[in-house]
Design a protein around this ligand. Structure first.
Ligand code: DGY
Length: 325
C-alpha cells in the first residue's frame, strides 16, 4: 500500500515530525515563514493530510486544490478562525482537528503576566531604566493598582479562562464571568466564580480578560461603545485573537484616559500593530507568546500529528472539531 502524503506547512517541533515521518511521506515547507497562498495551493496537491498553522487560510478553494483524497486537516493551534469549518464539513470526507488542552496553562500564564504587567506598570518601568531616564524612589513613584480584593471579569470561561481565574483566585481576586452559557456548578464553586451579564461584567470588573474564540459574533466584541462601558480605572487583557478588539478604538480609549491600561498578546492584523498603541505607556504589547514554551509547542505539534495519524489509520482522532461522515 502506498504511504500517505502528509503536508506540513511550516516547521513544527521534531518529535511531531518524527511521528509523521514514521506514518507517511512528509513534505515540509523549506521556508522559515508562512507560505504564500500560491505556495500553499501547490504544496497541498494530492495531500492525504495537511498539518497547518494559524496563519494558513484553509477554505473551500484550498480543499479543491488538495483534491478528493484529502482525509484530514490538523491545525497546530486551539483557535481555528483561519479555517472555514463549514467548507470542511460540507465535504463530508475530511476531518478537522485542533489542539485543545495542551496550551491551557501556558496561555493562562501569559494572561496573568499581562495583568501584572499592566496593573503594576512593569513595561513602563523597564523602559524607564533602559532609557537611563533619571529616577529616584519616593512614596508616589510609579504607583500601580493592587489586585487583592479586585474583580477579574472573564469573558468566556473555557479551559484557558478557568486557568486564568485559578491564578487570579490565588492573588485574592474575586471572579465574575460572562459567556454563552453558565459553567458547571463544580467549576463555579472551585473558582468562586459568579455568572453575570456581559454588560454588568464590563461595567463592574477592575480587569477584563478575553478568552472567547474569534468568530462572526465576537469580531470587534470590544468596540468603542463597549470600551466606554468599562470603568475608567479598569484594564483590558487580550490573549485570544486580535480582531475580538477594535484596536484603533482601544488606542483612543487608552490615550484619552477612558481606560487605565491594556495588555495585548494578539493583534488585529498580526504581525502589524496599530501605530496608535506604540507610544502608549499604558499599553503592554507582546508578540503572540501565549503558547510559546518549548513544552507547550512540542505538545501542540505532537497532538496535531497524533490527530492526523489517527485519521490516516481509520481511527477516531483525539481532538476532532469536524468529523468525516
Ligand atoms: C492557539 O493555539 O490558538 C494559540 O493562539 C497559539 O498560540
Amino acid at each position: 500500500m502506498s504511504r500517505p502524503r502528509i503536508v506540513v506547512t511550516r516547521r513544527i517541533p521534531q518529535p511531531a515530525l518524527d511521528l509523521l515521518n514514521a506514518a507517511g511521506d512528509v513534505w515540509l515547507s523549506p521556508h522559515d515563514r508562512a507560505l504564500t497562498r500560491e505556495e500553499l495551493f501547490d504544496a497541498v496537491q494530492s495531500a492525504d493530510a495537511i498539518i497547518c498553522l494559524l496563519h494558513d487560510k484553509i477554505d473551500a478553494d484550498l480543499l479543491d486544490a488538495a483534491g478528493p483524497q484529502l482525509k484530514v486537516v490538523a491545525n497546530v493551534a486551539v483557535g481555528y478562525d483561519n479555517v472555514d469549518t463549514q467548507a470542511i464539513a460540507s465535504r463530508g470526507t475530511v476531518w478537522f482537528t485542533n489542539t485543545p488542552g495542551v496550551l491551557t496553562e501556558a496561555t493562562a500564564d501569559i494572561a496573568f503576566s499581562l495583568i501584572l504587567m499592566a496593573t503594576r506598570r512593569l513595561g513602563e518601568g523597564e523602559r524607564m531604566i533602559r532609557s537611563q531616564t533619571p529616577w529616584s524612589w519616593n512614596m508616589f513613584f510609579m504607583l500601580g493598582t493592587g489586585l487583592q480584593g479586585k474583580t477579574l471579569g472573564i469573558v468566556g470561561l473555557g479551559l484557558i479562562g478557568q486557568a486564568t481565574a485559578r491564578r487570579a483566585k490565588a492573588f485574592g481576586m474575586e471572579i465574575v464571568y460572562s459567556g454563552r452559557r453558565q459553567a458547571d456548578p463544580t467549576i463555579e464553586q472551585e473558582l468562586g466564580a459568579r455568572y453575570i451579564s456581559f454588560d454588568e461584567l464590563l461595567e463592574t470588573a477592575d480587569v477584563v480578560s478575553l478568552h472567547c474564540p474569534l468568530n462572526a459574533d465576537t469580531r470587534h466584541l470590544i468596540d468603542a461603545d463597549r470600551l466606554r462601558q468599562m470603568r475608567s480605572d479598569a484594564y483590558l487583557i487580550n490573549t485570544t485573537r486580535g480582531p475580538v478588539v477594535d484596536e484603533a478604538a482601544l488606542a483612543a480609549a487608552l490615550r484619552s484616559g477612558e481606560l487605565a491600561g491594556a495588555g495585548l498578546d494578539v493583534f488585529e492584523a498580526e504581525p502589524k500593530v496599530d501605530v496608535g498603541l506604540l507610544d502608549l505607556e499604558n499599553a503592554v504589547l507582546i508578540p503572540h507568546l501565549g503558547s510559546a514554551t518549548i513544552e507547550t509547542r512540542t505538545a501542540m505539534g505532537v497532538l496535531a500529528a497524533t490527530n492526523a495519524i489517527a485519521v490516516l489509520r481509520g481511527e477516531e482522532p483525539p481532538s476532532p472539531v469536524v468529523r468525516a461522515s
